[in-house]
Design a protein around this ligand. Sequence first.
Ligand code: HEM
Length: 412
Amino acid sequence: MGIDGLDLISPVRYGESGQPHAQWEQLRKEPLQYFETEDREPFWAVTRHADIMEISSRPEDFSNSNGIVVLSNEQAERRAKGYPVQMKTIIEMDPPDHRVFRKVASGYFTPRGIERLDEIVETSARTVIDRLGTEGEADFVENVAQKHPLRVLATILGIEPHQEEQLLELTSQLLASDDPELRRQGEDRHEASFDLMMDFFNMFNTIIADRRANPRDDLASMLANATFENGEPLGDIETLGYYLIIFNAGHDTTRHSLTGAFQAFLDHPDELRRLREDPSLLKSAVEEVVRYTAPVNYMKRTATRDVVYDGQDISEGQILALFYASGNRDETVFEGPHRFDIGRSPNRHLGFGWAEHYCLGAHLARASIKALLAQMASRIESMEHAGPAEYVSSSFVVGPKHLPVRYKMFDH
Ligand code: HEM
């Protein structure tokens, strides 16, 4: 089967047909393949679990500094002219800087650090499920999946509940700018993203000023007053960059994994019953949700020198797309990789990446997903599709933008 590079990377294709699992299955049989498409940068497709791990473990050869997204021709042209395409945050850094910057917040995101958020996470999950009432029909993206991570992240970043809607609007505009439904209507694309960025900065600047004057025991205060190991304070732009990456990296990813969880349980009602009967499966269910849904579809790396990899010549400056979603279905690692199995063990998935840039928020994401799965299993008696799911036009952070569901809750 010939594979069209657009199948792998075109936002429109993902919007129409979801992740290209059949194409990836073909590609996993071959060494890395190079794809040129008419509207994006050319890239090497990295689809096997072992190759993703190896390449992620060699930041000196495969760098994040050239960005994490395969650019459209238009974006690549802007970058070549020196315009910034994205703000530089830890995810676009390499060692040694990356390790210095990551340390600033990594203490907060340890399992012990996250334990103190248990109450926030559980209250948020309970509240979104409470709002569904006793039975009815709802879009589970809008009413459940996006509300829960928003509440959790807004709380740790010091955003007041009345600002959540504005924040949601800003972030969905910024992140889903390939999707026409989610973009600001009728605006010039670049002007719109500049305005959005300014709105973001203004919101976070107010919080930073407040937390510098009145520090509390939260992440917002920690970032506002953060210093490097040598005692130097973070600059203003660096502090804002941290807010931006935590919110951006945390929101849509968790939202899509939650919607993906609902979809998976709608399609596998036996697994929902299994979870309800045995809540000790919650932990492995969370890992399976992240493996199966893989909301971070890929991340880009750029070769820092000419490298021969598995017999292929990769030239300095060439781009590689690490398809985590493909690695998570690698048949040499996962038995029955397309099966959704909440008891799967072992489950060495790559949904949170690997090595140098392993997801900083993984423990928080796990806690958020676990709290919602617990509510879902114990309170939803039945649910079924109430219409077709629609997908965001994005090949980067992927998932449904609408998931209509008919549901009924238990009486208790
Ligand atoms: C299910 C939800 C999530 C998924 C699937 C996910 C996935 C990922 C992946 C695959 C990476 C690796 C990037 C790379 O290889 O370059 C990453 C990095 C990162 N994630 Fe997550 N993430 C999730 C939730 C979160 C949350 C809740 C936060 C913050 C509170 C967060 C913050 C970050 C940050 C800051 C990085 C960059 C780390 C670095 O460059 O060292 N993520 N995430």
